[in-house]
Design a protein around this ligand. Structure first.
Ligand SMILES: Cc1ncc(C[n+]2csc(CCOP(=O)(O)OP(=O)(O)O)c2C)c(N)n1
Ligand code: SF4
Length: 280
């Protein structure tokens, strides 16, 4: 037997999942570490890059697909989950990740977020939450603190924050976790767990915007492991995240809802039949 036939396949490394495109993020942006956590997680899963799709909307964080060697789709602001759902339905064999920011996912894309949780299609949604619109230079987002004073919102918005993890639990997401960009190894393990978990997995990652929210550099000394362990009871998980300060990290909820069935019992009419039905 030749050496080639007996050699074990080389183990995947994070470098296998990085593209040659150099990120244009500001030096120190948390998104660098999230990219690193994603490529580490993909190496843990070990699926080849051409069997992974990474879908995003628009924003600094939504640039992630270009920086991976996986198939990528850099779509329209707030519509990443809709595109990713279509991709997963058409190609259930692919592992599909969706990446973006708090503006993209909770504001313009908020409605898609609710229904993606409810549908429970087997996707992993990674939101880099910096509590601001970074790409468009610092407007408040749904997770911005009501008293955050800025040139664009003098005195703060006075609007209560959106609680993405509670919303995800209430809407039916099957896996809910919070990570921190400054902990790329821990975050990689959480993302790998999210990918392996069936159904819609939501991973919110605190990812500092050092340009428009430089005070977020302090998150490094403030984040801590969640005081409440992993549960399959959404009410228990929701109680923690409704009352915490947003800085507890870890996997909070892993549920047992069956993922949306793809292909089973579905009949697709030929396009010609559909066209005929709509002829006027
Ligand atoms: C339909 C539409 N509306 C508005 C914009 C402008 N826009 C581009 S990115 C963005 C917000 C980005 O913020 P976020 O999603 O939080 O990502 P970040 O840049 O902070 O990573 C906005 C409002 C757009 N591109 N398309
Ligand atoms: S503006 Fe903020 S989110 Fe965008 S690249 Fe710079 S630090 Fe990162």
């Amino acid at each position: 037997m030749s050496d080639v036939a007996t050699a074990a396949p080389a183990a995947a490394t994070p470098a296998n999942y990085k593209s040659a495109v150099k990120p244009v993020w500001c030096p120190g942006c948390g998104d660098f570490s999230v990219l690193s956590a994603i490529t580490k997680a993909l190496a843990m899963i070990g699926k080849p890059a051409h069997q992974v799709g990474v879908v995003s909307g628009i924003g600094c964080s939504s640039r992630i697909p270009a920086y991976t060697s996986c198939y990528g789709f850099h779509g329209v602001h707030g519509r990443a989950l809709a595109a990713a759902t279509g991709l997963k339905m058409a190609r259930p064999d692919l592992t599909v990740l969706v990446t973006g920011g708090d503006g993209d996912g909770y504001s313009i894309g908020g409605n898609h977020f609710l229904h993606a949780c409810r549908r429970n299609v087997d996707l992993t949604y990674i939101v880099m939450d910096n509590h601001v619109y970074g790409m468009t230079k610092g407007q408040p987002s749904p997770t911005t603190e009501p008293d955050w004073d800025s040139k664009l919102a003098p005195g703060g918005t006075k609007i209560r924050v959106f609680h993405p993890l509670v919303v995800a639990l209430a809407a039916g997401a099957n896996f809910v976790a919070r990570g921190f960009a400054g902990d790329p190894n821990g975050t990689a393990a959480v993302i790998a767990q999210a990918i392996r978990h069936p159904g819609f997995s939501f991973v919110e990652i605190l990812s500092p915007c050092v340009t428009f929210r430089p005070e977020q550099k302090e998150w490094k000394s403030l984040v801590r492991p969640s005081p409440v362990g992993l549960t399959d009871d959404p009410v228990r998980a929701a109680r923690l995240v409704m009352s915490d300060d947003g800085l507890n990290i870890g996997v909070l909820y892993a549920g047992n809802r069956p993922a949306y069935p793809i292909g089973e019992g579905q009949q697709h009419a030929p396009v010609t039949d559909l066209e005929a039905e709509f002829l006027v």
